[in-house]
Design a protein around this ligand. Structure first.
Ligand SMILES: [Zn+2]
Ligand SMILES: [Zn+2]
Length: 256
């Protein structure tokens, strides 16, 4: 039982073959998938996909790349979805100064809005942060009490304690397996056992052995988990159970 805490299976290449994707997930021991919305359209698509499928759980949010389009209409729709009973988290949201597809001011405004909503409705916040440690921290610290997950962790040991102190979980994707990412591996060794979770971020970021594979898919989260188990000198099955329990606590899921 592994949980993929961040998958975009509404993307082309995955959506057309959802039953196949889920079948391969189950065969790999992946029993739960959090389907993460990145704008109004994909958040709707996430909810649609999850309906009637017990192993899937949707979220709604506006990705920092789309922050400049986060107008009042989009806001109202994302909020409505986030408040619905089946929605397990607010996001993804956050800051991205690596690609900077939206102006910084729009990203800050959108991120702060999501963080405040998450705190108000007591759901976890899914945070995307790329080359934006200080801005990310500033926004989160301005909303004390908000909980959530730093998805696709790409920072190092210096930044890690700040997010742990805020009570956040840390999620590792296939990038932890890429040769150059020693700082991510150092983080993966250091995260406390009760805060670690795993994800694919599919269709992106297939782990090293499948690097370049398109689309990446939830079944491959097992490879990332096994890789990290070895880094941490832990048994992979035990880490699967522990990290899934963490995901269950984080997203308030029932037992599978
Ligand atoms: Zn992201
Ligand atoms: Zn994502």
């Amino acid at each position: 039982m592994i949980t993929d805490t961040h998958a975009h299976i509404f993307w082309d290449g995955l959506r057309e073959d959802v039953e196949g994707v889920l079948e391969r997930s189950r065969a790999a021991g992946v029993s739960r998938i959090v389907v993460v919305g990145t704008d109004v359209k994909s958040s709707h698509a996430a909810f649609e996909l999850c309906r009637g499928r017990a192993m899937l759980h949707p979220t709604a949010g506006m990705h920092p790349h789309e922050a400049q389009d986060f107008d009042a209409v989009a806001q109202a729709e994302i909020e409505r979805l986030c408040r619905s009973a089946e929605c397990v988290a607010v996001g993804e949201t956050g800051m991205d100064h690596f690609k900077s597809f939206s102006p910084r001011a729009d990203q800050l405004r959108g991120f702060a809005w999501h963080a405040e909503l998450a705190r108000e409705i007591e759901k976890p916040l899914i945070v995307h942060s790329r080359d934006a440690h200080q801005d990310t921290l500033d926004v989160l610290r301005a909303v004390p009490g908000v909980r959530g997950v730093m998805h696709c962790w790409t920072m190092g040991l210096e930044e890690l304690p700040h997010y742990l102190d805020l009570g956040f979980h840390i999620s590792f994707s296939g990038v932890v397996t890429y040769p150059k990412n020693e700082q991510i591996r150092a983080s993966a060794r250091a995260v406390p056992a009760d805060r670690i979770v795993f994800e694919t971020d599919c269709p992106f970021l297939a782990p090293q052995k499948h690097r370049g594979k398109w689309p990446n898919e939830p079944a491959l989260v097992r490879e990332t988990l096994e890789f990290v188990a070895e880094l941490r000198n832990e048994d992979a099955d035990a880490l699967a159970v522990a990290s899934s329990a963490n995901a269950r606590t984080l997203f308030r899921l029932g037992h599978p």
